[in-house]
Design a protein around this ligand. Structure first.
Ligand code: ASP
Length: 349
């Protein structure tokens, strides 16, 4: 009798273990560098080098992540995100699409420097063709610092990636106990750990004590993504910054370098003074797509109000900040040169 009970118990234990193993989410962590992989000589001084710590060491530093899934890591790059570039963006999105196509994982976490994390997140949001969770994460303090934030952020990002409710939200950024939509999130502080904010709409969810709770969902997550499978580069798009009494030197300099698009980071509602306006209108006449955005940090740039966009041949960025408007303009230009279609993309994506 004792023997039978023991056999039944071991069958039950094995079945429940097998079930846990089969329901465990498979998560691949793609590392690109940044402060989360940064290393310094002192725990109290700010000096450090970004991107030095390899992915295996990052994962070993947070063994708790293995409670939330079957975790593996891959090194995509080892750079500070100030050196992030289009070649690495294409490599990253192609690898993520391949992972989901081959069913290699249920979710992907990307470790990334915070400087350009918002641009990478939006680029992936527009080019990853699958509804599975893709979560970007970083840190403001290097892994060697006192009160470093990277380990906690990495654990939280894995928690978010493993959560069933993270599907179909597009690419998200998880930092400092908050979850942000890739389209809206921006870096707002040079050094503070609470740097990421979505100034227009706020975080879409919160992470606490190993649990995720979503509160909002962006309506800007169109099913049609940009297909970059066959691309090795993107059309050249530059950003010009607006300020009081600006001359048009930088606009002419950029126009002469042969770009397909210019994003203007204008004052207020995307405004410019007369010399810059004239130079931008000349660029638009030459066929360069000129997109007005705003340096203000929140709000949207509205079409044909203070500026006669239709007459001058401009499009507006809606509520995208200049660096994200550049990402959408580069991708739009891979499909069309038509100003009306590109304007529509700024209202849809
Ligand atoms: N310069 C670093 C980077 O973006 C800053 C950081 O990760 O917080 O890679």
């Amino acid at each position: 009798m004792k023997k039978i009970i023991l056999i039944v118990l071991s069958i039950l234990t094995f079945t429940s273990y097998a079930q846990t193993a089969s329901t465990q989410k498979r998560i691949i962590i793609l590392a690109t560098g940044g402060t989360i992989a940064g290393s310094g000589d002192s725990s109290t001084k700010a000096a450090y080098t970004a991107g030095k710590v390899p992915i295996d060491d990052l994962l070993n530093a947070v063994p708790q992540i293995h409670n939330y899934g079957k975790i593996t890591g891959e090194q995509i790059a080892s750079i500070g995100s100030q050196d992030m570039n289009i070649v690495t963006w294409l490599k990253l999105t192609k690898r993520i699409n391949e992972i989901f196509k081959n069913n290699e994982a249920d979710a992907v976490v990307v470790t990334h420097g915070t400087d350009t994390q918002e641009e990478t997140a939006y680029f992936l949001d527009l080019t990853v063709q699958y509804d599975k969770p893709v979560v970007l994460v970083g840190a403001m303090r290097p892994s060697t610092a006192m009160s470093q934030d990277g380990n906690r952020n990495l654990l939280d990002a894995v928690v978010v990636a493993a959560d069933e409710s993270s599907k179909t939200r597009g690419v998200i950024v998880a930092m400092d106990e908050k979850i942000f939509d890739a389209r809206d999130v921006t870096k707002t502080s040079t050094t503070n750990i609470e740097t990421f904010q979505s100034r227009n709409y706020g975080p879409i969810g919160l992470i606490y004590d190993g649990k995720v709770k979503y509160y909002y969902q962006s309506l800007r997550n169109p099913a049609k993504k940009f297909d970059v499978t066959k691309l090795n580069s993107l059309p050249q798009v530059e950003i010009v910054y607006g300020y009081a009494d600006a001359n048009a030197n930088s606009v002419y300099c950029i126009t002469n370098s042969g770009p397909k698009g210019i994003v203007y980071a204008g004052m207020g509602n995307g405004n410019f003074g007369a010399p810059v306006g004239k130079a931008l209108a000349e660029a638009a006449k030459k066929g360069i797509i000129v997109c007005r955005s705003a340096r203000a940090g929140s709000g949207r740039v509205t079409l044909d109000n203070e500026v006669k966009d239709a007459e001058l041949g401009f499009v507006v960025a809606d509520d995208l900040n200049p660096q994200k408007a550049r990402v959408l303009l580069m991708l739009s230009l891979t499909e069309t040169n038509d100003r009306a279609k590109i304007q529509q993309n700024f209202f849809d994506y």
